[in-house]
Design a protein around this ligand. Structure first.
Ligand SMILES: *[C@@H]1O[C@H](CO)[C@@H](O)[C@H](O)[C@H]1NC(C)=O
Ligand SMILES: *[C@@H]1O[C@H](CO)[C@@H](O)[C@H](O)[C@H]1NC(C)=O
Length: 867
């Protein structure tokens, strides 16, 4: 999507007294948090930050040109009513003038909530914003931007040095549109230490430098590489937020992540200024390429970002060596947009020693060639330097846009995907269009979005203070990379207490085997990095052995991730009660030493995804792929119907479908699962979670979860298997970025065969393809009611398999299986559910492959020590 990228920040309060309003004396630089349009003198947001109202018009130069209005609707995903529910509406050019210290660097953050204000429609607002002579936004539509990014509100962060003692911020309604108006909900002006006072090396011209400090800067991306979301409260007083980098990783190889804390590494800032450059938490986590030199030499660790063309960008790399201490141990090259930015980067050579942070800025011009408005960051081991390890490492990454020579930072409004628009027109009739014109979906429950690689990615950051203990109260990150990665809420609220078994029901405890921490340490060679087979926000997954040789997968919760711990509890509760051939099985758990560890059967063939693309092994045959899809469909069908309550997986994707040594598919990762509606309910209301690219648009819109959300995600999986490409691929032209959109488009145009994986194209017989594609298409129906039940999907896939093996079978089976089968399968499911009673601990084990037989084979209680 032609998403113009924006980093959006939610506000958290400023902890440092340096910036604190209350301690600001007249001489000290002043911070302003202006709750525009608010009549209260002072009000707090969800984080306790104090915003002042602007009723007294202290800063507004021409108050007669504006009115204050309340938003017509409070979107549930707003982090708090302050500052979003009130806005100042400008019908003519109007200027806020903030008294500031000239020559001192400031953040300027603008908050926009595109809602209806009085009788004004949010889609009519088009305007420009100029600050200190630099155009920050031009012909800006907050409604279109929010729609394309599927966000409820937009925050833009700029950094500038005011040239006079008044920082003028001017809002002008655009004259390109009739009846347009301007508005703003919140303005932050905050003095900060100058962290842009060093020039950046111009990529391609190693002898030239770009003076960053003289430009006005817009923050585009800010990532804690290899780590988790860092809330503004943990950001050394500069109130920035740092996001997990995994959604931006490109390709199937995403290296490994690690943290210094576990090795008790001390981060030592070389000078005071560095403390402001990035907080401890950024330097304390990193992503490297992995332990295998051969593999590392064969790939680039790559991130991709959507940016606006015709601008100079500064890419800031944050490094801190946490593992090695000598020069020439880990040396690598850095590429930006296929050009060498740095040859032979050696963190220790730069920093002088282990644990000392260092950053490097590189400037790069991104031209305005259609489809090229991207910024690629790639790392590759430097063979030339013959280092000890062929590896590369990165701790943090920021991307800043600099004003152009015309004094502008403004890019065009993003273009929502055609599919998004189509979906919108569909629901226009069903949703009260008055208060949410033009916006079909948004992040539920939360706060900040990051500017996105693709328009549909968001980060939700839930304000944990507001709903303590509520299951859905933490954020999550969309996943473009692979393993599960859920952003967590603020670390500061996590107690150091160990998870005792009180977190688990006695049933779960009695059904699973308990491992000692010693056994786990033995089995993973003390959590040896070389045994890591998966990484995510929850922690790491290791390959290990128990009982003197049984291979297992060991998932260790990151103790600082409360979300991770919550998901572990969900997973253990779910899995200890469920046994099925097509669900990954839990062997046991360990809760000791503040640790939360789960032990599973080892899946020799890893994830389905790694066999689909960028695989070093031979591609799977069509028949193998079909078998795996059928197995996974069985697992999901069992979840939906096999227990007393429907269990909704909520995170169906190719990385959560594992394959064992006999190529049997197993659904895994129940950390987000919810026990679904009982008979008298039709849905569960919940905070939207899941993975982008797979997320049911209806769930997204209505925040009501049903088993059909899993069906949607599974439809994406089916197309992914057929086309061998990721659910989201930001490097493709915008209409192709989302596989769900693109495959549906091709299917409806009758050109699906153009996008089938060339490895299997010749193997698929025509009827089989037709059945398979129709099934996938039905799964992706916009409305849940139009999607088949998982049992029907399963039946249709089996039918497709029959057609593949015996094309003449067509006539013998009912072509309209989707309709006719649903009753049969539904009945089976009902009788099944009455047989199994989860609440009394009936664990069931499916003995063989035939799905509809799963209902008769179960209740083989597992022996907790029996493995
Ligand atoms: C890594 O990126 C550089 C620059 O784009 C490219 O020249 C090189 O071929 C890439 N290497 C691999 C292994 O993909
Ligand atoms: C941004 O504007 C300033 C002042 O107008 C100018 O000196 C600087 O060169 C501009 N930046 C770029 C990258 O053109």
């Amino acid at each position: 999507m032609k998403t113009k990228t924006h980093i959006l920040f939610s506000l958290i309060f400023l902890s440092s007294s340096f910036f604190d309003l209350s301690t600001a004396v007249s001489a000290a630089p002043k911070s302003y948090l202006l709750n525009c349009g608010a009549s209260d003198a002072e009000s707090n947001d969800a984080d306790g930050r104090k915003w002042s109202g602007d009723l007294d018009l202290k800063f507004l130069l021409s108050p007669e040109n504006s009115v204050l209005q309340r938003a017509g609707f409070q979107d549930p995903s707003l982090p708090s009513a302050v500052p979003y529910m009130t806005g100042r509406i400008f019908t003519k050019e109007s200027t806020y003038a903030f008294p500031v210290k000239a020559g001192k660097r400031h953040w300027l953050r603008l908050h926009f909530y595109p809602a209806s204000y009085g009788n004004l429609n949010s889609t009519d607002a088009y305007f420009s914003v100029v600050a200190d002579g630099v155009t920050l936004l031009r012909n800006f539509s907050a409604a279109i931007t929010a729609q394309a990014l599927t966000l409820a509100y937009i925050i833009r962060e700029f950094s500038l040095i005011p040239t006079s003692s008044n920082l003028n911020v001017t809002f002008t309604p655009s004259d390109e549109h009739n009846a347009s108006y301007a508005f703003v909900n919140g303005i932050e002006v905050i003095p900060v230490p100058d962290i842009f006072d060093t020039p950046a090396t111009l990529v391609g011209f190693s002898d030239q430098e770009v003076d960053v400090g003289s430009s006005t800067i817009q923050t585009m991306y800010r990532l804690n590489v290899g780590g988790q979301f860092i809330p503004a409260t943990n950001d050394s007083g500069l109130s920035r937020m740092w996001y997990d980098d995994s959604p931006y990783l490109y390709g199937a190889a995403f290296g490994i992540t690690y943290s210094g804390a576990s090795e008790k590494a001390k981060i030592q800032y070389p000078e005071k200024k560095m403390e402001y450059v990035a907080p401890f938490d950024v330097y304390d986590t990193a992503r490297s390429m992995g332990p295998d030199s051969k593999i590392n030499m064969n790939y680039n660790l790559t991130w991709a970002f959507q940016v606006d063309g015709n601008f100079m960008y500064v890419v800031r790399f944050h490094f801190c060596e946490l593992q090695l201490a000598k020069v020439n141990q880990r040396v690598f090259d850095i590429y930006l947009n296929n050009q060498t930015a740095q040859d032979g980067a050696d963190v220790i050579a730069w920093s002088g020693s282990k644990g000392v942070p260092v950053y490097k800025d590189y400037a790069l011009y991104v031209a305005d060639e259609p489809g090229d408005e991207q910024l690629w960051v790639a790392l590759h081991p430097s063979a030339e330097e013959k280092p000890e390890f062929y590896d590369a490492v990165l701790n943090g990454l920021e991307i800043f846009k600099l004003n152009d020579t015309n004094g502008s930072l403004a890019g065009p409004n993003p273009v929502p995907s055609p599919m998004l628009l189509a979906a919108e027109s569909l629901i226009a009739g069903t949703v009260n269009a008055k208060w949410r014109p033009g916006v079909i979906s948004r992040a539920a429950g939360g706060a900040a979005g990051v500017g996105l690689v693709f328009a549909i990615c968001i980060v939700v950051y839930q304000q944990k203070k507001r709903i303590p203990g509520e299951a859905g109260n933490s954020g999550w990150l969309p996943l473009y990379g692979g393993s599960t990665s859920h952003t967590t809420t603020s670390k500061s609220t996590i107690s150091g207490k160990s998870c005792t078994s009180s977190h688990l029901s006695s049933l779960a405890v009695s059904l699973s085997r308990h491992f000692s921490f010693y056994e786990i340490k033995q089995g993973t060679k003390n959590f040896d990095e070389s045994l890591v087979i998966g990484v995510g926000g929850f922690g790491k997954v290791y390959k290990g052995v128990i009982d003197g040789g049984t291979k297992v997968a060991i998932k260790r919760a990151n103790p600082s991730s409360e979300q991770g711990i919550h998901e572990f509890q969900t997973e253990i509760e779910m899995l200890s009660k469920l046994r099925h051939r097509h669900l990954v099985s839990l062997i046991g758990y360990c809760e000791e030493n503040d640790e939360m560890i789960l032990v599973y059967d080892y899946m020799a063939h890893g994830t389905l995804r790694e066999h689909l693309y960028k695989s070093k092994e031979a591609p799977l045959s069509w028949k193998q792929r079909l078998d795996i899809c059928i197995g996974a469909a069985r697992g999901l069908h069992y979840l939906h119907t096999g227990a007393k309550y429907t269990i909704i997986h909520r995170d169906v994707k190719t990385t959560n479908i594992l394959v064992d040594d006999k190529w049997v598919a197993k659904v895994s990762d129940f950390g987000l699962s919810k026990t679904g509606p009982s008979i008298d309910q039709t849905h569960v209301s919940t905070v939207v979670k899941g993975s982008f690219g797979y997320l049911d648009p209806e769930y997204f819109r209505r925040q009501q979860l049903t088993d059909k959300s899993d069906v949607y995600s599974f439809g994406v999986v089916l197309f992914e298997v057929l086309c061998a490409r990721p659910a989201l691929n930001p490097s493709l032209p915008k209409e192709q970025v989302s596989l769900a959109d693109w495959a549906l488009h091709c299917q409806r145009k009758g050109i699906l065969s153009d996008i089938i994986d060339p490895h299997i194209k010749d193997q698929i017989n025509e009827q089989c393809l037709k059945k398979f594609a129709e099934t996938a298409e039905k799964c992706l129906s916009d409305h849940g009611v139009d999607r088949p039940a998982m049992g029907d999907v399963l039946w249709n896939l089996e039918f497709a398999l029959q057609l593949q093996e015996n094309p003449d079978a067509d006539g013998k089976m009912d072509e309209n299986g989707l309709i006719n089968r649903s009753n049969t399968v539904g009945n089976d499911a009902n009788s099944f559910s009455s047989n199994t009673n989860m609440s009394t601990g009936g664990a069931s084990e499916a003995s063989d492959d035939s799905d509809l037989n799963t209902n008769v084979v179960f209740s083989q209680l597992i022996n907790p020590k029996g493995r």
